[in-house]
Design a protein around this ligand. Sequence first.
Ligand SMILES: Nc1ncnc2c1ncn2[C@@H]1O[C@H](COP(=O)(O)OP(=O)(O)OP(=O)(O)O)[C@@H](O)[C@H]1O
Ligand SMILES: [Mg+2]
Length: 456
Amino acid sequence: MENFSENLILVVDDSLVNSKMLHEVLENVGFEVILAGNGEEALQQLQNYKPDIILLDVMMPKMDGFKTCSRIKSTAAIQDIPIIFMTSLTEPEERIRGLNLGAVDFITKPFQPAEILARVNIHLQLRGLTKNLEQQVDERTAKWSEALNKLQASQMQLVQSEKMSALGQLVAGIGHEINNPLNFISGNLNYISDQVEGLLRIVRLYQNVLPNPGEEITAELEEIDLDYVERDLPKMIQSMREGTKRMTEISTSLRIFSRSDNLEKQAIDLHESIESTLLILGHRLKPTDTRSAIEVIKHYGDLPLVPCFPGLINQVFMNLLANAIDAIDEANEPINDDSQSEDRFESYFDNYSENHSQSRSERHSDRPYQIMIYSEFAEAQNEVTIWIQDSGKGVPSELLQKIFEPLFTTKPIGKGTGLGLSMSYQIVVEKHCGTLTCNSTPGYGTEFAVTLPLKT
Ligand SMILES: Nc1ncnc2c1ncn2[C@@H]1O[C@H](COP(=O)(O)OP(=O)(O)OP(=O)(O)O)[C@@H](O)[C@H]1O
Ligand SMILES: [Mg+2]
């Protein structure tokens, strides 16, 4: 005979004779049996045990079988245990009522031991199969949803890197396009300056030789105010030189930002990378309806060149700085109470100063719209660290663990994809064997530290 020793059966019957008989029959073939004399007792037993099947008498004092059945079926933890009614009722309506309440079968009194065992056995098998099936469905669903999540994450990652590479190409294009006309202007500025000076000298010579050039020329000389032109022209040319110098810097920065040569590591100046990223993000630092301009305060240390994939490292700075700006914007959204922000920031920066090294101790400031960038070369560890600190809304401590997870975002749909930090983490930790950590005090601000080893 089959071994049922793993199966526990609850027998609910108010007749001692019946209970005893069922107990014997079932135990003889290896079932474990627990007994209850009525519906209430059965519900009590079910608080301590989870039987594999319930044999339930219909006619019982206090709480009859139908009521007990409905109570079991409305209790989530036990509702899936199969119930077999035991009844001498032969009325079909009673059977239908029992089945409607969720029972799986009926055993008719007086009992035939062989019938009891056959029915119990078949329902246990059915239950086993159902459980197995449910488990398989659960496992597959879990697998599918994991696969779906992965797919979503990699799709988003693709979109993100596409976006970065499109931005890179655009920026490289602009950098390249403005370079030619720029060279043209700055190259010609020197000639213009010489030639204009030459023209002015000639005019002065004419004036010396012909002190009275006649009415028409005298009127024209007064009209253009030659003395003023002579004083003003060198200044104009100087400011044009400064303008073209600035544009050359911008064009260089654009080209540095768009370095897409990610295949090989190069020794790069990280400050250049940060500067070029700040340039690209420059428009976002400007005043908005809800805040004044964001001030970027830099305390750059003496950094050696660092071996990096330049395009990727730019992407990290881009993500960290864009997040910092977002956090400042979010801290200054109209719903927030701005009146206290200055105090809050003061104490935040005070706290930070105490914990950080000398070179970064001057960070105290009254202004709440700030991004501070620090860099340091730790010779002993042979690594460099860049700290990017903002006076934004901060990260609640319970979310600190989550922010590096792919797709985690607190930003509205369409604004954040939740990939910036996870990609940055990958770039710093996996591609550069560095570390990327975050410290934050909600309501005061956040600091990210990127550490990159000089030898990998
Ligand atoms: N400087 C910061 N201050 C406060 N919260 C931050 C800061 N940086 C990141 N976070 C939090 O971490 C979350 C994840 O950042 P992450 O850069 O990965 O995604 P995102 O900025 O939401 O979207 P995107 O993919 O566009 O970057 C943000 O939604 C935000 O809640
Ligand atoms: Mg981001």
